[in-house]
Design a protein around this ligand. Structure first.
Ligand code: ADP
Ligand code: ADP
Length: 226
């Protein structure tokens, strides 16, 4: 079953930069895809286009099994994690994770159980009442992951999420992401320039070539680790 399909997508920015050239990608339910390639090859551009944060110059994005809203995005089906966790500093960890549910008109009382489950699944149940400034970088990233997962998305998009963290923290977070993937059966697209990370994490590696705009290569398929 297809979650999302990019068909022949190209992107030329207004300054003339060709960032993607004819990229096609079928994402099947349950896959953990790494988009791997050096800086500047168009990984973020591809992810942002899938996320609806930028229109393709040509080509199409299809969501075969989702209901589509007026922005062409599947309603509530996509979660995002970026390198910058962008938490609200004035709000507690609990309230930060509550935000996507609040935006959907869900009351705090009825969201509490879901929020606590999601915090527990990233090891932060004891930090619900803490503020972002009281947490380490790795913990803040875990809050961001819990916030992305709290709406039970079908697709989780991650853009070099751990690139700013130290190696040990990063490895722990990679294990968290793997556990979430296995537990929740969420489909993941993970942008990275780390060959190691892509091999460690993913069930499929999509390699993008060094020069921006070059046709990418969907080169390797591995089995999901058990
Ligand atoms: P990656 O994520 O692989 O590092 P990006 O998708 O960020 O690559 O960028 C691909 C190319 O598009 C690069 O040459 C980059 O400089 C260019 N680019 C990215 N965003 C913009 C933008 N908003 N305007 C102009 N050029 C951009
Ligand atoms: P609650 O649902 O408990 O009223 P909110 O989720 O609305 O809390 O916000 C959490 C905390 O952040 C509250 O203390 C609230 O006053 C504060 N807060 C919410 N939005 C803003 C804002 N835009 N600027 C400053 N403080 C805010």
């Amino acid at each position: 079953r297809l979650v999302v399909a990019m068909h022949d997508v190209s992107k030329v920015f207004s300054n003339g930069t060709l960032a993607l050239k004819g990229m096609s990608l079928d994402v099947k339910a349950g896959e953990f895809i790494s988009l791997l390639g050096p800086s500047g090859c168009g990984k973020s551009t591809a992810l942002r286009i899938i996320a609806g944060l930028g229109a393709p110059s040509s080509g199409s994005i299809d969501w075969p099994s989702s209901r589509i809203n007026s922005k062409g995005l599947p309603e509530g089906d996509v979660g995002f994690v970026f390198q910058d966790p962008t938490l609200m500093p004035w709000a507690t960890v609990f309230d930060n994770v509550f935000l996507p549910l609040k935006l959907r008109g869900i009351s705090k009382a009825s969201a509490t159980e879901t929020i606590m489950e999601n915090l527990a699944s990233v090891g932060l149940a004891d930090f619900a009442a803490s503020y972002p400034r009281e947490l380490s970088g790795g913990m803040r990233m875990r809050v961001s992951i819990a916030r992305a997962m709290v709406t039970k998305p079908k697709l989780l998009l991650m853009d070099e999420p751990f690139a700013a963290l130290d190696e040990i923290t990063r490895q722990k977070l990679n294990d968290d992401v793997l556990r979430l993937w296995k537990q929740h059966g969420v489909t993941v697209i993970f942008v990275t320039h780390s060959v190691y990370e892509s091999a460690y994490l993913s069930s499929r590696i999509v390699v993008m070539r060094a020069r921006p705009g070059q046709v990418y290569t969907d080169m390797a398929v591995t089995q999901p680790a058990e």
